[in-house]
Ligand binder design. Structure first.
Ligand code: GDP
Length: 365
């Protein structure tokens, strides 16, 4: 599945948020390094379109799609040099698809701030710098490898070396690899095989106190400016409010609670939406009487690749797909009526699956 790694300095509220969103068992405690193993929380993606499909199909079960959050604790200043639990965390970050960077935007004298004061931009830069230093290592190693070939006149190696130097200089200036402007081909050629940490898409989370909901405070404003400067998004969440919401099972009670803080949706829901947008994810559906189900794919995927998330055989032995649009299904009520109305399409290997498509795949045995 797609994974978002939650990073941030110690004591910024990562575990609190992680526990709330996954109702998992990572322990929140008021000291650094409390969560040693990376914890994976599986979160279902709420989608009202599933309710609509359920009403139409009346299936035996409805299965929402999921997104995984990994709590990557213990990233501290010096991690790239092995401080704290250093390299282990950096290795965990390497495995995720996107980074959710939690930044402390609340004051609380009882909760130790590892750098001594609340300063979200400074905090963010500490984490960024550690990731950038690690990436600089990776780029330097690659440069060493490529340099020999470039010197011997290999044109491809020379071009790659030039691109690598652009990355190197950006990282040395405290910029992240995702900010480097090169063509997709140059990027793939130069860093496609080294999986840089700061090339991963990032979403900032301003963890504010409950009094600062829903619109944030001066700390979250500072963070928003810093995020904006690098073209990244930020969402405002109160981890402690989220943990209270997570304990409420009654939807009405939850809604009432949210409205008391001027919120229309939970932080989790905001986080899921933002992660989807960040990763360019979309959802398609399968709608059988046994099971109505949502599946996550990336924007731009063609039908065979989309079928592949159900089963790899579906991709390999893909023949064609039948596509129905949800609004048509809602209007005509049955697949037969949609077909009758000429709204059911049959698509081949080149069809680009759209968000909300109801797919039925035909594949070879
Ligand atoms: P982590 O080290 O980043 O995982 O931080 P934790 O989630 O363990 O939180 C550290 C401490 O800060 C815990 O005592 C939390 O209860 C507390 N905390 C987390 N979020 C908030 C918040 O929004 N407001 C306040 N006042 N405390 C918080």
């Amino acid at each position: 599945g797609l994974q978002c790694g939650i990073v941030g300095l110690p004591n910024v509220g990562k575990s609190t948020l992680f526990n709330a969103i996954s109702s998992g068992k990572a322990e929140a405690a008021n000291y650094p390094f409390c969560t040693i193993e990376p914890n994976v929380g599986v979160v279902t993606v709420p989608d009202t379109r599933l309710d609509s499909l359920e009403a139409l199909v009346k299936p035996q079960r409805v299965v929402p799609t999921i997104i995984e959050f990994v709590d990557i604790a213990g990233l501290v200043k010096g991690a790239s040099q092995g401080a704290g639990l250093g390299n282990k965390f950096l290795a965990n970050i390497r495995e995720v698809d996107a980074i959710i960077h939690v930044v402390r935007c609340f004051e609380d004298d009882n909760i130790v701030h590892v750098e001594g004061r609340v300063d979200p931009v400074f905090d963010k830069e500490i984490i960024d710098a550690e990731l950038q230093l690690k990436d600089l290592d990776s780029v330097d190693k690659k440069i060493q490898k490529v340099e020999r070939n470039a010197k011997s006149g290999d044109a491809k190696a020379k071009a790659m070396l030039e691109t690598l130097k652009v990355y190197k200089s950006a990282l040395e200036q405290g910029k992240s690899a995702r900010a480097v402007q090169v063509s997709p081909e140059e990027k793939e050629e130069a860093i496609g095989d080294i999986d840089l940490l700061t090339a991963k898409p990032v979403l900032y989370v301003a963890n504010v106190d409950e009094a600062s909901l829903p619109s944030g405070n001066s700390y979250s404003e500072q963070l928003r400016e810093a995020a904006k400067a690098e073209g990244a998004e930020m969402v405002i969440i109160s981890a402690s409010i989220e943990s209270q919401i997570a304990e409420m099972t009654d939807p009405e009670e939850r809604e009432l609670f949210l409205s008391e803080y001027g919120l229309t949706e939970s932080g989790l829901s905001k986080l899921i939406k933002a992660s989807y947008a960040l990763l360019g994810l979309i959802t398609y559906f399968t709608a059988g009487v046994k099971e109505v189900r949502a599946w996550t794919i990336r924007q731009g995927w063609k039908a065979p690749a989309a079928a592949g998330v159900i089963h790899s055989d579906f991709e390999k032995k893909f023949i064609r797909a039948q596509v129905m649009k949800l609004p048509d299904f809602e209007q005509y009520k049955t697949e037969a009526a949609v077909r009758e109305a000429g709204k059911l399409s049959v698509e081949g290997k080149e069809y680009v699956v759209q968000d909300g498509d109801i797919m039925e795949f035909l594949h070879g045995a």
